[in-house]
Design a protein around this ligand. Structure first.
Ligand code: F6R
Length: 606
């Protein structure tokens, strides 16, 4: 949420900054701006709108200078206009800052600044930081880093911060508290950013800043301690490029077979018919001691947690549930020492999930992470867990990470099951089922690519003003995730219900104009799901069945088929056509599928 880039080196900074901003745009796209230092002067250019608008604003004459900071914003405090866009400067224009996160005591800081005669020009919480740094410099701070330290001493909240001072244009100072900052070490140049996406085009040698660190970055190195030493990341710039796909959502949906293969690699222990999840750091006795599992996440990660809970309950026969992390953290939860808490997050930055983890740790709960981004705040706070290995996600709507969450939870459930009563035969059956999943996903994607199966369904109902998504027991979260994906990127209203709930109210809304997507796994409840479809159709409602079963001919108005898989794993596979349905619908309606309105990737604020 919001993107930061900074550059110091021999090149003209504006070009590097603009390029970095376009790579970070998925984190926020309300407004954008940059500040470049040249001849003891800082030039700022900002605009409401997207990075492309900033590029247009700069035209052929970007401000000269070899160091600078830049930002793409997702508004929290103040509307997305030019005045609220970053960088913010102090009154003299000497100091420019870009900030991610929330200054919680912004009102008090702004009040105190105003009382000291400072004129504030924006509605943001961030602007105060520029004035505070300038005050510290005027007050005699020896270095820019010292001034930033003094300024931040009075700040409550979270920040990833980059600061530029006209008088020391050969350096930028970065600071981190709860909002990521990564330093890219190039050949005689440094690129700093809130996210690898803006860095890996220039270098793969990086340092992840730790919370509480304040560091001075110059072209030839870093000054100030970095607790986490340099590492070489294996993500390349191609991971952030479209590579021939029309949009990142299409790319990430297509990447799922490989993402699953990576998530499974080295983790299927066929000899003992179990999963090998060394990152959990739990021996069999500890695994047996787990009496309950609670998955915590937000949005799609929460729905994936619901799929995980179903898997754990079925395979390990211990109670399991999922809860939105943002609810859990605020309800003063009773923390059960025998419960295994699983924090689920693609980005590893989501503020509510991170806060839930911190609450759990404060109360002595055992919490592991199921996280995609290595080195992220949640993965570090948890210390142990399962990395998803789905590769970077750029599209705002999560797809491949959600799928690898399901895969990881299936392995966790097998592991917990095999130290209990899950038989060797069932363990093997599930491992085989998991190993076959990439092929099955390939088949679903290939069928849609060759025959336009899902695209045709999307075309047919794209203009429905509302849709139901219906699923039963293990597939109820699949329906919830399907509805979420559709509304998120197509803006078509969608509501998910457990199949058993339909007749208790929602059925009143079923008409020929209200299509229902019904998720029908080939499991012990197939007959009941067929009954649900009949009930909807009896009221004139069109039905799109998503299934791995052979359904009676003519039962549904349209059928989206996936290959048959193990019933326990069906929720993972049945989610794929729903991703395609959402994307095709959004495309048919001309939406910006990668950057849906009002949203941004990585929700690092409350
Ligand atoms: C939906 C979506 C969001 C995220 C949620 C949690 O497509 O992407 O609902 O799933 O914001 O994000 P992470 O997984 O990064 O914690």
């Amino acid at each position: 949420m919001c993107g930061i880039v900074g550059y110091v080196g021999p090149r003209e900074a504006a070009g590097v900054l603009l390029d970095g901003l376009s790579r970070l745009e998925y984190r926020g796209y309300d407004s954008a701006g940059l500040a470049v230092a040249h001849r003891r002067k800082v030039t700022v250019r900002r605009t409401a709108g997207r990075v492309e608008d900033l590029r247009t604003l700069l035209g052929d004459a970007p401000p000269p200078g070899r160091s600078g900071v830049a930002h793409t914003r997702w508004a929290t405090h103040g509307e997305p206009n030019e005045a609220n866009a970053h960088p913010h400067t102090d009154a003299s224009g000497r100091v420019a800052i870009v900030h991610n996160g929330i200054v919680e005591n912004a009102d008090a800081l702004r009040g105190a600044l105003t009382a000291r005669g400072v004129v504030l020009r924006s509605d943001t919480d961030s602007e105060a930081l520029a004035h505070l740094v300038a005050e510290a410099l005027d007050g005699g701070a020896a270095t820019l880093a010292d001034a930033v330290r003094t300024a931040l001493a009075g700040v409550e909240g979270t920040y990833g911060l980059a600061v530029l001072d006209a008088r020391t244009p050969d350096e930028i100072v970065v600071a981190r508290n709860g909002s990521p900052i990564v330093l890219g070490i190039g050949d005689g140049e440094m690129v700093v950013a809130s996210d690898l996406a803006a860095v890996v085009r220039h270098t793969q040698k990086v340092v992840f800043l730790d919370d509480g660190e304040i560091v001075t970055v110059r072209a030839d190195g870093i000054e100030g301690s970095t607790r986490i030493g340099p590492t070489t990341v294996d993500t390349g710039s191609e991971d952030y490029a479209l590579g021939g796909h029309p949009d990142f959502l299409a790319k990430e949906i297509a990447e799922q077979p490989d993402a699953i293969r990576r998530a499974l690699a080295g983790r299927l222990d066929t000899r003992f018919a179990t999963a090998r999840l060394g990152g959990l750091e739990m021996d069999p006795r500890e695994l047996r001691g787990v009496r309950r599992v609670l998955f915590l996440g937000c949005g799609s990660a929460y729905y994936a947690g619901e799929i995980g809970a179903g898997l754990v309950e079925q395979l390990a026969r211990i109670p399991a549930a999922a809860e939105p992390a943002g609810e859990f953290r605020h309800r003063n939860p009773v923390v059960d020492p025998d419960c295994l808490y699983v924090a689920v997050s693609q980005s590893g930055e989501t503020a509510d999930t991170l806060a839930a983890v911190q609450e759990l740790r404060r109360k002595g709960g055992r919490v592991i992470g199921a996280v995609n981004v290595i080195g992220s705040a949640i993965s570090r706070e948890c210390g142990t867990g399962v990395f998803l290995h789905s590769g970077p996600e750029v599209s705002v709507a999560s797809t491949k990470a959600v799928t690898t969450m399901g895969v990881s939870f299936a392995m966790l459930a097998v592991l917990l099951g095999r130290v209990r009563d899950l038989s060797v035969a069932d363990g093997r059956r599930l491992l085989d089922g998991l190993a076959a999943l990439p092929r099955h996903v390939e088949a679903v994607l290939a069928d849609d690519a060759a025959h336009g199966t899902v695209a045709a369904v999307a075309q047919r109902w794209a203009h429905a003003s509302s849709m139901f998504f219906v699923g039963r027991t293990r597939c109820s979260p699949v329906a919830r995730e399907g509805a979420q994906k559709l509304k998120e990127i197509s803006y078509c209203h969608a509501e998910a219900y457990p199949a058993s709930e339909l007749k208790h109210g929602p059925l009143a809304l079923v008409t020929p104009d209200m299509p229902s997507v019904v998720v029908v796994p080939d499991d012990e409840l197939l007959g009941k799901n067929v009954g649900t479809i009949e009930q909807i159709r009896a009221r004139g409602g069109p039905v799109i069945a998503v299934t791995d079963a052979e359904l009676p001919a003519g039962l549904a108005d349209a059928v989206l088929r996936v290959p048959r898989t193990e019933p326990e794993l069906a929720p993972i596979l049945l989610g794929i056509p729903l991703q395609l349905l959402a994307r095709h619908t959004a495309v048919a309606l001309g939406r910006d599928v990668d950057r849906p309105r009002n949203l941004a990737k990585s929700v690092t604020v409350e």
